[in-house]
Design a protein around this ligand. Structure first.
Ligand code: ADP
Length: 659
């Protein structure tokens, strides 16, 4: 457990962070990804077509034009009897056919008339030149307009329509509606069950599936049907993808891997066509495994509670239809992974679809030790390494956190010029993963360092004074990148699955002790306690609304969990008046806990001062140093209060030593 002194700048940063897997992320942007590029290409091609057609039409309109000559040249041509005929159009342009011209259109000249028609008549008078007025061909004008305007438009609409229809049909031109499954097919994942640690129950459930993929006939011969779909449920990073890969690896079958959000696009029908395509491809390669990660992106319930979306619903319908459609004896297994099973459509979960649910939860102490071992097998370790201690310090961490910690530890070992990873590196890596890197360049003022020291020692002292609290492992005032200006690291002596009411109350007092120390010592308070306040309030709320631990409401359940595996947050499920009463009750609990923290700290002000003073100088102290100073100060205090008694105690000790 960590007690943070919250950096004011960083308070809101975490809240603003977007879920990387949010399926709605940028999904409205039509120019996103490959499809956006394709659409752009189509539009550009249409524009090019239009331009070409326009040019062709212009050419048609001016198709008498060959070469433009000056009026003077035309006059000299007339005078030299080189002109056969002259046509004049309304805009004063002359179309001149020379005598040598044999064809009808090729060798003609265009001349802009200078002066008026009388002058021209004068020039041509008495010569053997056919003179006529050019009649404007309405038909030709209309045709040229059609060519320049209507045809490009027609091309655009026909093209667009064709694309839309081909997308609906599956794949088709440019493959907009094509499943990306082919891109993600792996013939050999190279992962086996030995790579997945700490998820024994989940592995056991999957063993049967592997056997089925190995030998479907064994099951089908006695009429047993095997699950078509298995839903892997659990928080992010617990190894769902890894487990799916291990199933494929163990069974030695191809592995298709896609994310639910990859199906859903801006065009309605694309997702459905991708699902069709995926199943077609998978059926060809059966026996195989299709793994759909974040299946909630398409499998969200179709009722309005979670917001509807045509494209998603069509995709889901197609998935349901495909799952019904294939014969399970084909040894095609669909594995879905989600961390929000509660939002999934009921139809997806009924027998014959995802009828088996495998929970891949956060590992327990034993699980964490074995995950650490799996990942540490790839790095050099020295003899100081104790996985038990690391596993105890990482309660609540998932597989990916632990993998990350081992890697961080290896990097730290290299940084410190060591050849093997030591326990110190691993402990430091735990902190790097949980609270970020040390922020060495951050310079805090002397006053701020004093405040942070007292705040942290306040937490640690109250935790040490209450026997229900976990022992203190480390206290530091070195700021970290994830927002903590200082923190206390507490490590439980053993893994706990239950918390008693007294333990929860002790936790609340511990959380508020930092703020209490600030008030007692400085007579003022800072913004540093925001994280503590949030956590203390959460515990109070859960005690009242979920755990039935309040006098006022007794065993009444007043809240329901929103999602079990993601935030674990609960929403109130009671009347407004009750909710207001709950708030008042929370306030009273917090006030009482704060008062208790202040009483404990005032009674031990001497210890608080001594350790805080030491921490300001040292910046980081271990739990052992902390306990040594605390015990020294307490025994000094007792001696000062009753010197006789302590003298007797010393004598008694000497005597017992002699015996
Ligand atoms: P999820 O799909 O549940 O979000 P992943 O399977 O993608 O999690 O896990 C990410 C990484 O974390 C894995 O590649 C692996 O290195 C590590 N990991 C997670 N869980 C385990 C586990 N149970 N055993 C070993 N490694 C694990």
């Amino acid at each position: 457990m960590f007690h943070f002194f919250q950096d004011n700048d960083n308070q809101n940063n975490n809240r603003k962070r977007r879920e990387p897997n949010d399926p709605n992320r940028d999904s409205r942007n039509p120019f996103r990804g490959d499809n956006g590029k394709q659409l752009l290409l189509i539009i550009l091609s249409c524009l090019m077509f239009s331009l070409l057609a326009y040019n062709a039409a212009s050419g048609m309109r001016d198709n008498n034009t060959s070469e433009e000559i000056t009026y003077n040249r035309f006059v000299s041509m007339v005078e030299n009897n080189e002109v056969k005929s002259v046509e004049v159009s309304n805009d004063g342009t002359l179309w001149v056919k020379p005598v040598s011209s044999s064809g009808s259109t090729t060798a003609s000249y265009k001349v802009v008339m200078v002066g008026d028609e009388n002058g021209l008549n004068e020039l041509l008078k008495g010569r053997d030149i056919t003179y006529s007025k050019k009649s404007v061909s309405v038909g030709r004008e209309i045709i040229s307009s059609i060519v320049s305007l209507v045809i490009p438009l027609l091309i655009f609409f026909v093209g667009f329509n064709f694309i839309m229809r081909s997308m609906g049909r599956g794949g088709g031109m440019m493959g907009v509606g094509k499943s990306k499954a082919k891109l993600y097919v792996q013939q050999d994942t190279g992962v086996t069950f030995a790579d997945v640690a700490g998820e024994e129950e989940a592995k056991e459930s999957m063993q049967e599936v592997v056997d089925f993929l190995h030998n479907p006939a064994k099951y089908t011969s006695i009429g047993a049907k095997l699950p078509k779909g298995v839903l892997l449920v659990g928080p992010p990073g617990t190894g769902k993808t890894l487990l799916a890969k291990a199933v494929a690896g163990e069974a030695g079958v191809p592995f298709f891997s896609l994310s639910g959000s990859e199906f859903v696009e801006m065009f309605v029908g694309v997702g459905a066509s991708r699902v069709r395509d995926l199943f077609e491809e998978a059926k060809k390669q059966a026996p195989c495994i299709v793994f759909i990660d974040e299946i909630d992106a398409i499998g969200k319930s179709r009722d309005s509670h979670y917001g509807g979306n045509d494209e998603r619903e069509q995709t889901l319908n197609q998935l349901l239809a495909e799952m019904d459609g294939f014969d399970s004896s084909k040894a095609l297994l669909i594995l879905g992974a989600t961390n929000r099973p509660e939002v999934l459509d009921k139809a997806l979960l009924r027998p014959g679809r995802f009828d088996r649910r495998v929970i891949v939860d956060r590992p327990d102490l034993k699980g964490r030790i074995s995950i650490l071992k799996v990942h540490a097998a790839k790095v050099m370790l020295d003899e100081t390494v104790d996985f038990q201690e690391i596993a105890l310090a990482t309660s609540g961490a998932c597989g990916s956190d632990l993998a990350n910690m081992v890697n961080e530890a290896a990097i730290l070992a290299v940084k410190h010029g060591r050849k093997a990873v030591s326990q110190k590196d691993l402990l430091e890596a735990v902190e790097v993963v949980l609270v970020g890197q040390e922020k060495k360049e951050r310079i805090m003022s002397k006053e701020e360092r004093r405040i942070v020291s007292y705040h942290e020692v306040g937490h640690a002292l109250v935790a040490a004074l209450q026997k229900h609290a976990e022992p203190v492992q480390k206290i530091t005032i070195v700021p970290r990148t994830m927002g903590a200006l200082g923190y206390v690291m507490q490590v439980p002596e053993e893994e706990k699955y239950l918390n008693s009411k007294k333990e929860l109350q002790a936790m609340i007092v511990g959380y508020l002790a930092g703020r209490a120390a600030e008030e007692i010592v400085f007579g003022d308070v800072t913004t540093g306690a925001s994280n503590d306040i949030e956590k203390a309030t959460q515990i109070c709320k859960a005690m009242i609304t979920q755990y039935g631990m309040s006098e006022t409401f007794g065993l009444m359940g007043l809240a329901r969990q929103e999602d079990q595996y993601l935030s674990g947050k609960a929403y109130m499920d009671c009347g407004d008046e009750t909710a207001a009463q709950v708030d008042r009750e929370i306030m009273n609990m917090l006030k009482a806990a704060y008062e208790e923290a202040k009483v404990l700290l005032r009674a031990n002000r001497d210890v608080l001062d001594r350790i805080a003073g030491y921490l300001i100088v040292q910046e980081t102290i271990t739990g052992k140093e902390f306990m040594r100073i605390m015990n020294t100060v307490i025994s000094e205090r007792e001696q000062a209060a009753d010197p006789m008694q302590s003298e007797n105690a010393e004598k008694a000790e000497e005597l017992s030593d002699g015996i």
